[in-house]
Design a protein around this ligand. Structure first.
Ligand code: PHE
Length: 342
């Protein structure tokens, strides 16, 4: 066999052996045999080197072709075996991961329900900014800069550019903004609105206080509105939101600078067993007849109009509804607690 034929035969043999290798070990054995230090390739190299000078011209390409063929047979076999060996069996008996669908936060759900109850009573859903002007949170609500009522609502102040603003301490700011809309000619009475939103107070956190909580502000401006309308609206709303027919309501005189007269409303659930927390009176909201000064601060055209307003803590309401005893559940981001309301 001349050298050229030997090169070709070696390539053909290597291709067959690599093609037949079925495991990594067999491929490796073939590699050693053909491409190893003292393998076939090395032998052919020696044959080439020993050939007389003039023959090298024709032997060179033949030797290179054989070398190429052996190496590519090796690469192909390596890839084929690796693909087969990594093909792990699928264990069809593996139990599926439990599905964990998300759920609406109990407060958001409560907010939506409250909005829908008020919508059905003809209220328009309104909103206002969290970062608010003193004017709307206090000034136009009949709480001037030196008024002691500010002490009840320890305020977070922020500087926005050159302006001193605050994080609203009450959703009554939405009342002020609404009356200002009338002043700007964008709204004409009569109107009814409800605003559900976050408020902020620099309070110490405990089971019933957080630095941020949610208020529901409802207000009606019309001709001839009386306290009877206010009581009726509150009764209807509470029954619907708490989904109970035993909500007892108690009004106590109270003071808020932007209403006159003002009240605090307590509720209890009369069908609850005696001694239960829900059978005891619980403070739920503040309300009253809108102070004429507040209406007129928004627009002189509101002189002579009447209205009522109330502000209620949504967390309190959700706590009654879901029998939650610690307000920190709402902002605690503890999924174990929140999932219970899914
Ligand atoms: N904004 C009052 C508060 O946060 C509640 C309130 C609203 C009282 C509307 C009367 C009328 O305490």
């Amino acid at each position: 066999m001349d050298a050229t034929a030997r090169f070709a035969a070696a390539a053909t043999e290597a291709e067959a052996v690599f093609a037949a290798a079925a495991t990594t070990d067999e491929v490796e054995a073939a590699r050693i045999r053909f491409l190893g230090r003292s393998g076939v390739e090395a032998e052919l190299q020696a044959v080439f080197a020993a050939a007389p000078g003039p023959d090298k011209r024709t032997l060179g390409p033949a030797f290179n072709a054989a070398k190429q063929a052996m190496r590519s047979a090796w690469e192909t076999a390596k890839a084929r075996v690796a693909a087969v060996e990594s093909d792990e069996p699928i264990d069809v008996t593996l139990p599926p991961r439990p599905r964990r669908p998300g759920s609406i936060h109990p407060l958001s759900r409560m907010a939506r329900e409250v909005e829908s109850v008020f919508s059905s009573m003809g209220y328009e859903v309104a909103d206002g900014p969290h970062v608010e002007l003193d004017e709307h949170n206090f000034g136009r609500l009949n709480i001037p800069a030196d008024h002691p009522a500010r002490d009840h609502q320890d305020t977070f102040w922020v500087t926005a550019g050159s302006e001193r603003k605050l994080l609203r301490t009450q959703t009554s700011s939405v009342q002020s903004r609404t009356y200002a809309e009338v002043g700007a000619g964008l709204l004409t009475p009569p109107f009814r609105r409800v605003a559900v939103g976050r408020v902020f107070r620099n309070d110490a956190i405990d089971a019933t206080h957080d630095v941020t909580f949610t208020q529901v502000e409802g207000f009606v401006v019309d001709r001839g509105i009386t306290v009877a309308h206010l009581v009726g609206a509150i009764r209807t709303m509470l029954g619907a939101v708490l989904k109970r027919d035993d909500v007892e309501v108690r009004m106590r005189p109270s003071y808020f600078p932007f209403v006159e007269p003002g009240f605090e409303v307590d509720i209890r659930l009369s069908k609850e067993p005696e001694g239960s927390r829900l059978a005891r009176w619980m403070e739920l909201l503040g309300c009253g007849m809108i102070h004429p000064k507040v209406l007129e601060a928004g627009s002189p055209s509101l002189a002579g109009w009447t209205g009522f307003a109330f502000g209620m803590g949504l967390e309190r309401l959700a706590m009654v509804r879901h029998q939650i005893t610690d307000i920190r559940v709402f902002n605690g981001a503890d999924l174990r607690a929140l999932r219970q309301f899914a």
